[in-house]
Design a protein around this ligand. Structure first.
Ligand code: SAH
Length: 231
């Protein structure tokens, strides 16, 4: 069973949005597993201190390496990958989501305050991943993003309710436009080709729409797609 182990100072906010709909059902059925570790449980003093001021000065507080180290060491098993959610990390994308979905257990560390002591990263062989170029107040919402993207890919979570192969990014292109009933809504009809019943034609139309949208909206993805096609 795929397991996400999350290290956080705010365990009470989990599973949060991951407990809804099919994800919640899948969690109940044990199609995936969530283990939430309260970093503060590893604090030793009376006040349960987890942070301290940065050496060299500067604003804010940092998560202490001794506390975080103890928390990690008490839970992780050998060989498990550990990710620190961090704006400095490698940009999270569908490819990394797929890679993570193939692990048995992954560990996600949610930082807070100004971040964490750098030494924890190298001593525990931690990989940094970012969900985008902006700064969040903590890693929790980023961990929801990562887990959400991975759960979609797990067999037995969404079942065949979602056609994963057709989704944006799967073939390097953004998704084509989709329509459902009513066929005419506010005087707008759906594209004729979708009513034709001609599956080959529909497939062609969708591919050309996908290409068009990708070319216009995401020149970066379009370039990658063209390069791949050339090979
Ligand atoms: N001082 C740090 C930012 C700390 S933000 C810096 O400038 O790099 C506080 C915490 O939020 C971080 O420890 C991290 O876990 C999380 N976080 C913030 N932005 C993030 C992002 N874009 N992706 C993933 N995690 C993020």
């Amino acid at each position: 069973m795929w397991t996400a182990r999350v290290f956080t100072l705010y365990p009470e906010i989990f599973p949060g949005p991951l407990n809804k709909g099919l994800y919640g059902k899948a969690l109940g059925k044990k199609a995936w597993n969530l283990e939430v570790v309260n970093i503060r449980d590893s604090a030793e003093d009376k006040h349960k201190t987890v942070d301290d001021t940065p050496f060299g000065g500067g604003s804010g507080m940092l998560l202490k390496p001794d506390i975080l180290g103890r928390s990690i060491d008490s839970k992780i098993k050998k060989g498990e990958r550990i990710f620190y959610l961090s704006p400095r990390g490698k940009k999270f994308d569908q490819k990394i989501a797929k890679e993570i979905s193939e692990e048995k257990t992954i560990n996600l560390i949610c930082g807070h305050f100004e971040g964490i002591d750098e030494r924890i990263l190298s001593t525990r062989n931690i990989e940094e991943i970012s969900i985008g170029d902006y700064i969040l107040s903590g890693g929790e919402s980023a961990s929801f993003v990562v887990i959400d993207a991975v759960l979609r890919l797990l067999p037995g979570v969404l079942g065949n309710k979602i056609s994963k192969d057709e989704e944006s990014f799967e073939n390097g292109l953004l998704e084509y436009p989709q329509y459902t009933k009513p066929q005419i809504w506010e005087k707008q009809s759906v594209p004729e080709v979708l009513l034709s019943g001609d599956h080959a034609k529909i497939k062609d139309w969708r591919l050309s729409q996908s290409k068009d949208i990708t070319r216009r909206r995401r020149p970066d993805l379009w370039k990658k797609y063209l390069d791949k096609e050339k090979k």
